[in-house]
Each structure stands twice: as structure tokens, then as C-alpha cells.
Write a protein that binds this ligand. Sequence first.
Ligand SMILES: Cc1cc2nc3c(=O)[nH]c(=O)nc-3n(C[C@H](O)[C@H](O)[C@H](O)COP(=O)(O)O)c2cc1C
Length: 272
Amino acid sequence: MESIAILYASQTGNSESSAEQLHSALSASHPYLRLSISRLDDWVLSTTPSSAFPDYLLVISSSYGVGQPPLGGEIYRAVLDHLAAPPPGTPAPPVFEGVPFSLLGHGSRSYPTFFRNPRALAVGMKALGARLVATSSCEPASASSLLSPGCPGVGVADASGETADDEEAVRLWIEEVKAKLPAVEAMYASESPSAAAERRSKSARNRSLLLRAAEALMPEEVAAKREDLVSAGVLQGGGGGGADVGTCRFIVVPLVLGAVAVALGVRMRGVM
Ligand SMILES: Cc1cc2nc3c(=O)[nH]c(=O)nc-3n(C[C@H](O)[C@H](O)[C@H](O)COP(=O)(O)O)c2cc1C
């Protein structure tokens, strides 16, 4: 294993601060790893044709509004929801095929929509082929019905004060992630250089498909976010966009999503 990406979305800074805490902890304990940290949506938009998935994804996000994604996670959530719910009779495209991930969700039990967004992220990523590296802290009742069997295996930081202190939950989750690293490293240990090269090139194609799905599904939001990233110097200008919004929603979306499925070797039956 060479690279780990810490990806977060955060409305009031809690998930962002947990992501930074995780970044500091891993930088100190595993200085040989290539660590990156970014917002979920920025990560999708910063995809280049050669960027493969990192070897391990560590996702941290809260829920906001009524179980919705917080700032910086709207595009990612929409793409996952969309790709993970293909037309009846069509399998979800395995865009995240084999990519290991762990997840920490921030939320509050005082909301009836407790943990809805982190759960949707975990469920969506699994449906698209990612491999959940379970951590033992878990949200027992409702998430277990969605992430089977038993414990959903994701970290839960509850800000309501009804359960354990959320800062302590974050600290424990970070320790669990550190303890899981040898198991994740072992997934790659027996891979030959040629198998690794093949996996990376397939992974780069898959990651590009995620970006193309985002562009097709949310053209305005992607264009606005791209402009922000160009202004901030994170991205170079000149890429993306093209078709008007109406064309994108009604023509390009099915075409691109169809292409995503075909490129992934999924046999299309039905409408798309
Ligand atoms: C307006 C508002 C809406 C919220 N909605 C939810 C929700 O639907 N589900 C949930 O579990 N938590 C909800 N929360 C709680 C936040 O997720 C929690 O405070 C979390 O720690 C915020 O993390 P963040 O700063 O990374 O966004 C809400 C908080 C606020 C202020």
C-alpha cells in the first residue's frame, strides 16, 4: 500500500477537524505513506485521466439539514445515490471495485434523521464495489439493517451528548484505523508489479467514470465548484463543461451513465 486519501465533508467544522486529526496521527505514525486530505467533492473534481483511486479511502462526514450531505459532499452523495440505484434489472456499476475504505460519521441522535448521510455514503460505496474495512464502533439499531450482517462497522461520533463523548469516539476511531493498516497493507502485499500496474490503470478508468457521472448529473454544480477550485489554484482552468444544462439532464446523463456501465463491462438490460 502506498497512498491513503482522507476525504471529508463538513458543515460546522467537526468532520473537517476529525479529518485533520486523522491526518496528523497517520503522518506521525506512518510517515512513509503518501497521505492526502481533501473535501469529497474537490477530490472527485480533481480527477485527472491518470489518477487512480488511492489504496485506502478514509471518509469522514456528517449529516446536515434533514439527513443531507454537508458542505463539500453534495456532489459525491448525489453521484453515489444515482449510480447505486440503477434502473431495475441493471446491476450497479462497480466504480469503486475492490477499493478498501473506512468511514467515520458525525451526527446527532437528537435528529430523527440521525446518521442518514454517513450511512448513505457507506451503503452507496459498498453497492459500487468498495470494500468496507470495518471498525468496531458502530451505530447499532438502524444502520445494521442497511449494512449487514450485524454491526455496520463504521465509526459514529454522536454530538447529542446522549451516548459517549464524540471527541472520544473520534479518538478511538483513529486508533482503530491505525490498527487496521496492517490488514489493508496485506491486501496488496502479494500483488505482482504487473498486477499492480493493471489494477491502477483500471482504477484510473473507474475514477474518471465517477467524474464523468458527476459532470453529467450535476453540470451546474460541477462547473461552479470547478471555477472555485481554479480560483483557489487547486485546479488548472480550461477543463470540463460544454453542453447546456437541459441537454445534460435529459440526454447526456443517460448516455454517460450508460457508457459508465458499458465501460465497466456491465451488460445492459432495459432502458438506460
Ligand atoms: C441545522 C442542523 C441540522 C442537522 N441535521 C442532522 C441530521 O439530519 N442528522 C444527524 O445525524 N445530525 C444532524 N445534525 C448534527 C450534525 O451532524 C453534528 O452537529 C455534526 O457534529 C456536525 O458535523 P460537521 O461540523 O462536520 O458538519 C444537524 C445539525 C444542525 C445544526
